[in-house]
Design a protein around this ligand. Structure first.
Ligand code: ATP
Ligand code: MG
Ligand code: MG
Ligand code: MG
Length: 563
């Protein structure tokens, strides 16, 4: 391609709200443009990158034996009522009505529609397993869309759903998907870590997240320095110390009889208030408690204290209306909650998410909670512990440290949650109807575009990894009005293309050399070939975008240097 033919509107202006390098550079580099809160268009360069990532995801999913499908972006709300998620998804689920007054949703994920596709079409265990996936637009009405492509409302996700007749077979597929995801992120040239995750209200027995390591990541993960253990702090665990080991050896379940307040739970178990709040909230979530539990941690400057309280008190303290609360960003920092049941709101100020000490030691506070039966908390050791940096790992004697990650993928062992709710069954070997045993697997395809840049940039702009770069080489003709420069530029451009090297020719006549170099650095092609002053000696310059190192080579050497 030639710059003169392409729409690449680079600009010096960064969006006002852009705090992340990926947000700034993807807009400034002419990759994407914003049309509304959390809604982005992909312009030509952005589309090329997106398609490259999509192609890698598709190839690896196909290699793993999954079948690609394409589902409607719009699904009838009735399907979501069958699964129960019409009410439990909360305000992230965007609903609307058509002219006949039928209610629909913009799909944020597609478990229901996939169960509906398979139901009555697969009827026997002999037709299982099957894994179906799509790479398609999703919509989530995120409370705080931000960071550009990182947290959009409309975004591109690869979502896959597998169906099995036995739990063992689900575990086999889950492990295969883990391997497949590993290949995807490796092929994209990303540094990542696979971590144990909390499946929260999505349910199921196991889930893992794929974290792209970057300081700007919104997730905190605990990683071991001597084995490959890693976990989202929400799900992290550690080796019990001797005292804890003794106390929990016999009983996995810890009972809290006669406790009416969180403090009583804390006192009874002789644990810090933080642990009990965490456990109680988890409990509330899992029990689908219908009353409102509001818990927040120093949410604003006025709120210097840690509090757990009911909704009415929260509104008073926040001086807010119920609508404000509804639209506030409800984040369950430590509590390991993914999808909150509609009526349970947990607010933890995101800036304080990393500060373990904020909630610990807050025993003096009085906590009020409604809707949770505190007398019969069946807590496990895992519910009660909080992992801190420097703790030992659950699998070895190494030490845990914290690092930041961008959630780029998430795989779940769902079990029969959706198939049971939607009455989707197959006949087993004995002719008995059984609900499908399911897994689901997501990759944030458009989020990956931003994640690549979070991990690979400098102060000048993007530095694409080779597999994600929109073009590998930018052939810059310093002054395209000079016939000889343009001619050599075209020659090099053609020979690179003949050698299957993706190349763009900067042949713009109306742009000065400095401007072209600026675009090269901002857009971040891995290499530039500059045709300029040294041409009279038959030489051109190759620049490595990552190191900004320059070497002089003869015109005939260019291809062999870049191949
Ligand atoms: P997050 O914790 O960041 O909100 P999630 O846990 O809600 O993500 P999943 O339901 O696990 O997301 O969806 C699968 C993948 O889709 C995520 O791992 C992420 O890469 C991507 N994703 C989720 N929400 C967004 C979003 N708002 N914008 C872009 N990508 C997203
Ligand atoms: Mg998440
Ligand atoms: Mg989310
Ligand atoms: Mg997730």
């Amino acid at each position: 391609m030639k710059f003169s033919n392409m729409f690449i509107p680079t600009t010096k202006e960064a969006p006002k709200d852009a705090t992340l390098p990926s947000h700034q550079f993807l807009v400034r580099g002419g990759f994407v443009n914003q049309v509304g809160a959390g809604i982005y268009n992909f312009m030509p360069l952005g589309k090329i990158v997106l398609e490259k990532i999509r192609a890698v995801v598709k190839e690896e999913m196909d290699n793993a034996g999954a079948n690609e499908v394409q589902m409607g972006f719009v699904t009838p709300t009735s399907l979501w009522e069958e699964s129960g998620r019409a009410s439990t998804m909360g305000p992230e689920l965007l609903k609307f009505r058509d002219r006949k007054n039928t209610s629909f949703v913009l799909s944020p994920t597609n478990e229901e529609a996939l169960v509906d596709m398979v139901n009555n079409r697969i009827t026997s265990y002999k037709e299982l397993p099957i894994n179906l996936y799509q790479i398609n637009t999703k919509f989530r009405d995120e409370a705080r869309p931000r960071f550009g492509l990182m947290r959009g409302r409309e975004f591109l996700m690869k979502d896959a759903y597998s169906f099995h007749s036995t739990h063992e077979d689900l575990v086999r597929e889950f492990n295969l998907m883990e391997k497949t995801y590993k290949k995807v992120y490796e092929r994209l040239g990303l540094e990542f870590r696979i971590v144990e995750a909390d499946s929260g209200a999505i349910g199921g027995s196991g889930s893992k997240e794929f974290m792209i390591l970057a300081n700007s990541g919104e997730d905190t993960i605990a990683v071991c320095d001597s084995c490959d253990y890693g976990a989202n702090v929400e799900a992290a665990t550690r080796k019990p110390n001797k005292k804890e080991a003794l106390e929990t050896k016999e009983i996995q379940k810890i009972h809290t009889p006669n406790c009416k307040t969180i403090e009583e739970v804390s006192n009874f178990l002789n644990i810090d208030a933080y642990y009990s709040i965490k456990a109680v909230i988890k409990k509330a979530i899992y029990e689908n408690s219908s009353e409102v539990v509001v818990f927040f941690v120093r949410g604003t400057d006025e709120l210097e204290e840690t509090k757990a309280c009911n909704a009415v008190e929260a509104l008073e303290i926040l001086d807010a209306t119920p609508e404000d609360l509804q639209s506030a960003n409800l984040v369950a920092g430590y509590c390991g909650i993914i999808d909150l049941p509609k009526d349970i709101k947990v607010i933890v100020d995101s800036e304080l998410k990393d500060d373990n000490n904020v909630v610990c030691g807050a025993n003096e506070q009085e906590y009020h909670l409604t809707g949770v039966d505190l007398t019969s908390l069946d807590l496990t050791f895992k519910d009660l512990i909080l992992v801190q940096e420097g703790d030992t790992c659950p699998h070895c004697d190494g030490k845990l440290s914290y690092t930041k990650g961008i959630e780029a993928g998430h795989i779940f062992q769902l079990g029969t949650k959706y198939s049971s709710a939607m009455n989707a069954t197959f006949l087993d070997a004995n002719g008995k109807a059984q609900p499908f045993i399911m897994g689901c697997y997501g990759i944030g395809v458009s989020r990956l575009v931003a994640a690549v840049i979070e991990q690979n940039h400098d102060e000048k702009g993007c530095i694409w990894t080779k597999p994600t770069a929109p073009f590998m080489v930018d052939v810059i003709v310093s002054n395209a009005k000079k016939e000889d420069e343009l001619e050599v530029g075209e020659k090099i451009y053609n020979s690179l293309k003949e050698n299957q090297i993706e190349t763009i020719l900067d042949d713009r006549k109306n742009a000065r050399f400095g401007f072209k170099m600026g675009d090269f650095e901002l857009i971040g092609f891995p290499y530039a070939v500059v045709i300029g002053k040294k041409l009279k000696d038959g030489m051109v310059e190759i620049i490595d975008r990552k190191t900004l190192e320059k070497i002089d080579v003869s015109i005939d050497e260019v291809v062999s240097k870049l191949i």
